[in-house]
Design a protein around this ligand. Structure first.
Ligand code: FE2
Length: 424
């Protein structure tokens, strides 16, 4: 063995566990592990989790906030228009630099797997080339999965389907889509069918921006679930956003949920973005806009939380912290029950790992030695504190470390060190 982490608490509640690592793999997960002469990290009862996974991101746009101008209204539509202005000005090197800077942030926060959509509507496919280069460069640290995303519509944007096929041939992993942005509902449904048939023919996964609207009649998720079932793509398809489900008729949803379960379609909500972009046409009450997370989970459907945007035309905030994402998701979905809070933690770890199809993910013998030691004693506490990433391990190597959040105060002339991880 090369590294042992002592006295860890695991996300499933097991305590006083030692984790033995040899080379790039976990070889032992047990109490009282005997090992001598190897580096040891004392977790001190803190939580050790497999790394955070972001199931939905836009790395080609990240850290471009303010280029060429800021989104004055903060709306989705101005964001899409702004991205259209920025696209012709994108330079490959600058895009790579911004993406790599984001990856630095991600590693520091224990975010070691990211599924990013990449816009393929620019005939130059400059962003595709750039992110394939980023994927190659960061492979030692982050599993980056690319989705070919026709931002301006598969049928609405001339040449988009050809560009999407070229992107896949270049090495992009997943087939994307945006049916609610096509010209008509019928064309949206047609785009879903074409894309799912293409994915099935190529043996690829599918992840579509689906029904990112407050329109309760935007029902492309139904078509996506049907095509998934028809083409035998169960377990390989995700619907991202699904915000229209927030506004749908309850009776219709009672039929939709079993269809999604039967077809094995996963859902990816993006709480930070959904809560800020949806409901913009409402007066009061304003809808939250996030999809029906507790109801999807109760129906046995996988639900992950994605970050979606960080400092880009749509969102001028964010830092690559999936605990911030889980924190927002928990609040927006009112998931404050004990089991529900654990599900929110799983929505940024194990569930997206399953959706991405990550191999060797987890804290168990034989898994990759990828893990995060958090300054918290449970998943709920990790979310509450957006806990310090005490150590981030990738393939057996410590790639990031941070000191606890403590501050020396002087109260009544008495030096005192306050640990902000209160209530433990
Ligand atoms: Fe997105």
């Amino acid at each position: 063995m090369d590294l042992v982490i002592r006295n860890a608490t695991l996300a499933d509640g097991r305590r006083e566990i030692d984790i033995g690592i040899a080379g790039e793999r976990i070889v032992a997960v047990e109490a009282g592990l005997s090992a001598q002469g190897v580096r040891e990290i004392d977790a001190g009862g803190d939580l050790v989790s497999p790394p955070f996974v972001d199931a939905h991101f836009h790395m080609d746009a990240t850290l471009s906030y303010g280029l060429p101008r800021v989104n004055e209204s903060g709306t989705l539509l101005e964001g899409i228009a702004l991205w259209g202005e920025l696209k012709p000005q994108l330079a490959q090197e600058a895009l790579i630099e911004r993406a790599l800077q984001y990856c630095d942030w991600a590693v520091a926060r224990g975010l070691l797997a990211i599924r990013t959509h990449v816009d393929i509507c620019d005939d130059r496919l400059l962003a595709v080339e750039a992110l394939l280069e980023v994927k190659r460069r960061i492979a030692p640290y982050i599993d980056l999965q690319l989705v070919a995303f026709p931002q301006d519509g598969l049928l609405r944007s001339p040449g988009a389907f050809d560009n999407l096929k070229r992107a896949i041939a270049m090495g992009v992993d997943v087939v994307g889509g945006i049916p609610h942005f096509e010209r008509t509902m019928a064309q949206g449904a047609e785009s879903v069918r074409l894309l799912c048939e293409f994915a099935a023919g190529q043996g690829l996964r599918v992840d579509m921006h689906c029904d990112e609207t407050d329109d309760p009649l935007s029902r492309h998720i139904e078509t996506l679930a049907y095509e998934t079932w028809r083409l035998g793509l169960q377990g390989r398809v995700a619907g991202s956003h699904l915000t229209s489900m927030h506004s749908m008729d309850n009776y219709y949803v009672s039929k939709l949920l079993p269809l999604m379960k039967e077809s094995g379609v996963a859902a990816i909500a993006n709480p930070l973005i959904n809560i800020t972009l949806q409901g913009r046409h409402d007066s009061y009450p304003k809808r939250r806009g996030m999809t029906r997370v507790p109801e999807l989970l109760a129906a046995g459907i996988d639900v992950a939380f994605g970050h979606d945007c960080v400092m880009d035309p749509w969102y001028g905030l964010g830092s690559g912290d999936m605990l911030e994402v889980a924190h927002m998701g928990l609040h927006v979905a009112q998931m404050t029950g004990q089991a529900a809070m654990r599900q929110c933690f799983l929505a940024v770890t194990e569930t997206p790992a399953r959706i991405l199809g990550l191999e060797g993910y987890g804290i168990a013998p034989g898994c990759h030695a990828d893990l995060v030691l958090l300054g918290a004693s449970s998943p709920a506490e990790a979310i509450r504190l957006r806990a310090t990433r005490r150590a981030v391990v990738r393939r057996g190597t410590v790639v990031a470390e941070a000191a606890p959040n403590v501050s020396a105060l002087r109260l009544a002339g008495r030096p005192e060190t306050v640990d902000f991880r209160i209530g433990r």
